[in-house]
Design a protein around this ligand. Sequence first.
Ligand SMILES: C[S@@+](CC[C@H](N)C(=O)[O-])C[C@H]1O[C@@H](n2cnc3c(N)ncnc32)[C@H](O)[C@@H]1O
Length: 280
Amino acid sequence: MKDEQCVRFLQWALPLLHMRWPGFRRVRKQVCKRIDSRMRDLSLAGIDEYKVYLHDHPDEWVELDALCRITISRFYRDQGVFATLQQRVLPALARQVLDRSDTLFRVWSAGCGSGEEPYTLAVLWAMELQPQYPNLSIDIVATDADPNMMRRARDAGYKFGSLKIMPESWRDRAFEIEGDNYCLRLEYRRCVQLLPQDIRQEQPEGRFDLVLCRNLVFTYFDDALQLEQLRRIVDAMHDGAALVIGIQEKLPDGAKGLSVCFDEQRIYRKNGDVVDPKWI
Ligand SMILES: C[S@@+](CC[C@H](N)C(=O)[O-])C[C@H]1O[C@@H](n2cnc3c(N)ncnc32)[C@H](O)[C@@H]1O
C-alpha cells in the first residue's frame, strides 16, 4: 500500500477508534506495515477491500485498534524527567507518604511498554532513594494493553540500545549480561507488578502517589477520550500526588484538578489540602 493511501485510511479510521491522526503522523510507518500484513493474512487486494471487510466484520475494528499501538520505549527516556523526579519530586512525595503515616509509596506506570519505564523507576528508587527512606517500600503497578509487551516485560531481557542512556553505574549494578542480552536482576523486578490492562476499560485498584502516563493517552487518544482518561487518572491519585506525561504532550483543554509543577518536564501535581512550599 502506498504511503498516501495509508495516510488517507488512518485519517478516516482513527477518529472512529477515538484516536487522533496527528499523534500517528511521525510513527505511521509502523502501523501501515502492520495493516499491510493484516491485509495479506486476510487475502485482501488493497485498502478499499479492507474498508469493506471492516464494514462486513465489525469485530475487525478490535484487530485494527491493536494494530495501532505504538510500542517504542527505552530506559531513562527523557533523562531530564527522571533527573527531576530523582532530585525534586520523589523526595517530596516520599515525605508526603511518611507524613500520612504510610510505608508504601505507590506508583502507576500506565502504558508501560516492555517494562523500560517502571523498571527505570525501580532501579532509580533502589539506587538513590531507598537508602534515604529506609522505612518506605515502593510498589510499582505497570499496565499495558499489549500482551507481547507484557510478555517482554516479564522476561526483562533487553538489548544494549534500549538502556544505553541510563547512568552507567546503575546499568552495571542492575543488569547481568547473558550473551547480547541485558537481564534485569530479580531484586529490581520484585517491586513491579505487571498487569495486562486496557486503560480505556480498567485501571489498577487503589490510590497512587505518582502516575506516569507518557506517550499514550495524550498523544494517541482524541480530545474527549483524553479528558475522560485524565479524570479517571486524577481520581486514582492521592491529594498532592504527581502526574508525569510525555515531554511532547500537553494536557487537554478543560483538564481539572492539577497544577503545573515542572512545566518543561510535564510534571503536574494533584491539588489538595497538602501544601508543601519545598515542592516547587
Ligand atoms: C509509545 S509506548 C510508551 C511506553 C512508555 N510509557 C514510554 O513513554 O516510554 C505506548 C504503550 O502504550 C500501550 N498501549 C496502547 N494502547 C493502550 C491502551 N489502550 N491501554 C493500555 N496500554 C496501551 C502500548 O502497547 C505501548 O506499550
